[in-house]
Design a protein around this ligand. Sequence first.
Ligand SMILES: NC(=O)c1ccc[n+]([C@@H]2O[C@H](COP(=O)([O-])OP(=O)(O)OC[C@H]3O[C@@H](n4cnc5c(N)ncnc54)[C@H](O)[C@@H]3O)[C@@H](O)[C@H]2O)c1
Length: 286
Amino acid sequence: MRRPLKSPRPTSKLAAPLLKLGIVGCGAIGSRIAGSVRKELKGLFTVAAVHDIDHTRARDLAGRLDLGAEAVVSIDALIQGADVVVEAVNTAAAAGIVRKSLQAGKSVLAMSVGRLLDHGSLFPLARRSAGQLLLPSGAVAGLDAVKAAALAGITAITLISRKPPAGFFGNVYIKEKGIRLHALKKDKILFDGGVMEAVRYFPQNINVAAAVALAAGPQAALRVRIIASPAARRNSHEILLEGECGRITTRTENTVCPDNPKTSYLAVLSGIRTLKGFADHIKIGT
Ligand SMILES: NC(=O)c1ccc[n+]([C@@H]2O[C@H](COP(=O)([O-])OP(=O)(O)OC[C@H]3O[C@@H](n4cnc5c(N)ncnc54)[C@H](O)[C@@H]3O)[C@@H](O)[C@H]2O)c1
């Protein structure tokens, strides 16, 4: 028998209590999401607790917020006291935080989407849990259309990610291939292949690639092309899709988050918007 839909908020319109966020990771994204409870998420959320492996960061953020949020040392305590857990840590730690949250029946926004593809058991767990697993679009536009197109069938889907060569400095796969990023005069395709390999070799790109792959579904066999472009001033992502619904092209050119040049500002905003959508009674887009 189908279970009733989960209701994220109490249905009484009169005195809906603020949903409590527990934020894990007090870096660029965690701090911005915390700050958004005074602005974009005002009236919907408050911050109950924050946690960071570097406890001084958690203490500083809790102090700056001035909302009575507790800087906690234990993730378990944070999860217990939260309605929605926010993971804004890294791809290595994300799956563990998501699992614990869902097992405790709590909803969880995972910003580090990348490695979740390797943890397939999280998805059935989310379907059984009283909590919801929230995966933001992040730094790429068009996942609403990709999800809708997937219902009728996707014949081909490619993600093309382009960055200035400096965005790939330190990448082991490129070093092993002997590609000299400094010497590039024109666009160079660094990788063209399947999403699982792409996320393995290009950890810098993995959140976007994984989010598109999850939206398209496994039958769609997302192809990923990664390009170093000396002419590029911004990181960009294009989605090219063909399917029963027609043809879709999206292109996103990102500015960086002022607090972390490795993070696109749109990814931060997308995380905040996902939380707003979770709490809101009006849903726009697919
Ligand atoms: N979905 C997307 O499109 C998208 C886009 C950008 C970034 N991200 C991801 O979001 C995550 C956060 O990004 P950010 O820019 O805020 O990074 P950041 O480096 O600014 O902040 C990460 C914070 O996590 C803390 N931390 C590290 N390991 C920890 C652990 N085991 N437990 C608790 N805290 C820990 C660090 O001390 C730091 O304060 C990253 O994984 C990043 O890849 C996702």
